[in-house]
Design a protein around this ligand. Structure first.
Ligand code: GAP
Length: 477
């Protein structure tokens, strides 16, 4: 039983230290969220699992970490300056700023012209006040602007820079560096995890759509004549399996073929993996939102950033680049721009899906309902909680603290004696700790402890000397 809605997770996340509303002491900042002690662990575990899966366990992927602020020309030639727009609509009545494509529109309103026509005919309503007095859509560039250097004048165009709206461009401009430094032959991929920024018109739904978020992107470089569409399918399948291996229910995932007219400017084909973030909605098709996308970006980016390509008149298309990002294939003695398959996932959307899917409730013998967060143990923020059965017994407390210290070098362990054992178990269940280790009077005699399983509540006796190995075995993904 996953969480019934996002609000259930918002409340759990705040109460138990996963995610807090940002800048709360000043009334909050709409779309911003801060990750607390458990949230940062969960995010780190997701990112580590991804990195391990792609960079360590495969032989064909390298990792990098590029700058957030890149040269402005990167965003000119990537096409983002000209096309990274959302259609903005204003409500003249309540002054709300709205995304035209997120308004309540008939299914056959596909293009911006369709939406303009409907707005002109007063057939579209503001979702906030119900007025039909809306402006026609106009493009709003979503890149955050900043200025470089202390001496920059307010309108100095040479100082203009952007916070990156995708991590991908840092990979493309480093393609040749990585390929030559690591002596790579295609096919190979470059992976990167990092923050991206988009000035979203309507952020919302907790950490689903924010203006600052984290991406896990990988650009996979292949020959121009590779079977691109099969490669898209292959990566879709690999990611579906990966999400399921992290604990997501297959039935809460679904694929969405992005229609041609909605493709990003660089994409020939994109398949989105959708998660059921809104199970409470009656209409099935409104329950889903994008978790990640797998795009076939062709050679668009490497070609755009290269100095050599020329137009029909023989003039260089990119007048500013000093490099040619083509690849020389030793085997065929051919030079070409590799084509790219890009699986692009969001850390925050993955974390939200995992929290929703892991949420469950169970009733104990006393008829009390308990929340259990059934996170995959590899992702749980805390792996083991060491709980003394009697906190007024110095020998038991001493032994419990010593066990915690001995586990710390190999896994994340905490000690807690701030309640009765039932309460302590409940607290750990609610944050997804897979194992509670209870130290009791018997432990002083037999040098063994009770290991309680989060999901089954079953208990088994384990020798303290074998405890670390026992837990590590059970924590293996
Ligand atoms: N490089 C391709 C790219 O950026 P995208 O579909 O725009 O593609 C990839 O973004 C993923 O990044 C999305 O599937 C989503 O998980 C995450 N993402 C994008 N915008 C986001 C936002 N405003 N808030 C949270 N996550 C976001």
């Amino acid at each position: 039983m996953p969480a019934p809605n996002i609000d259930t997770i918002v409340s759990l996340a705040k109460r138990r230290g996963f995610v807090f509303p940002s800048s709360e002491v000043y009334g909050g900042l709409g779309s911003a969220w801060d990750y607390g002690p458990l949230g940062v662990e969960l995010c780190n575990n997701v990112k580590q699992a991804w990195w391990r899966w792609l960079v360590y366990e495969r032989d064909d992927i390298e990792g990098i970490d590029s700058s957030i602020i890149l040269h402005r020309l990167v965003w000119k030639y990537s096409g983002h300056e000209a096309t990274f727009h959302d259609p903005l609509v204003d409500c003249r009545e309540c002054k709300s700023r709205l995304r035209a494509d997120k308004l309540d529109l008939p299914a056959d309103a596909v293009t911006e012209d369709d939406v303009s026509e409907l707005i002109r005919k007063k057939l579209v309503k503001c979702p906030n006040c119900g007025s039909n007095d809306l402006t026609e859509p106009r493009p709003f560039n979503m890149m955050f602007r900043t200025k470089l250097g202390a001496a920059a004048e307010e309108d100095d165009p040479t100082a203009l820079a952007y916070l990156r709206p995708e991590t991908a461009q840092g990979i493309f401009i480093n393609f040749l560096n990585v390929q030559t430094a690591m002596r790579r032959k295609i096919p190979f991929g470059i992976a990167q995890i990092g923050k991206s920024f988009r000035n979203e018109i309507t952020p919302g739904n907790f950490i689903l759509r924010t203006r600052e978020f984290e991406q896990m992107e990988m650009e996979y470089f292949v020959k121009p004549d590779a079977e691109h569409l099969n490669l898209v399918e292959e990566w879709v399948e690999l990611y579906m399996e990966w999400f399921v291996s992290l604990g997501l229910e297959r039935s809460n995932l679904q694929l969405h073929e992005v229609p041609q007219e909605e493709l990003a400017h660089y994409s020939k084909r994109t398949v989105d993996i959708m998660y059921r973030y809104f199970p409470e909605r009656d209409e099935e098709e409104r329950q889903w939102e994008e978790l990640m996308g797998i795009a076939y970006r062709t050679d668009f980016d490497l070609r755009s950033h290269s100095s050599k390509p020329v137009d029909a008149e023989g003039n260089r298309v990119n007048q500013d680049s000093t490099e040619d990002l083509s690849y020389f294939d030793e085997a065929t003695k051919q030079r070409f721009y590799p084509h790219v398959i890009e699986p692009a996932a969001g850390v925050n959307r993955t974390v939200l899906a995992l929290l929703m899917d892991a949420y469950s409730e169970k009733t104990n013998d006393k008829g009390e309902t308990r929340v259990i967060l059934k996170l995959s143990p590899q992702l749980s923020p805390i792996k083991a909680a060491i709980l003394p059965l009697a906190k007024n017994k110095p020998e038991i407390v001493g032994m419990a603290k010593a066990i915690k210290r001995s586990l710390q070098p190999v896994l994340r362990a905490v000690y807690d004696d701030t309640g009765g054992i039932g309460k302590l178990y409940a607290r750990q269940d609610e944050i997804g700790t897979p194992f509670c280790i209870t130290v009791d009077h018997q432990s002083l005699e037999d040098e063994a402890v009770t290991v309680r399983d989060r999901d089954t509540w079953e208990q088994e006796r384990v020798n303290i000397a074998d405890l670390a190995e026992h837990l590590q075995k059970r924590l293996k993904p």
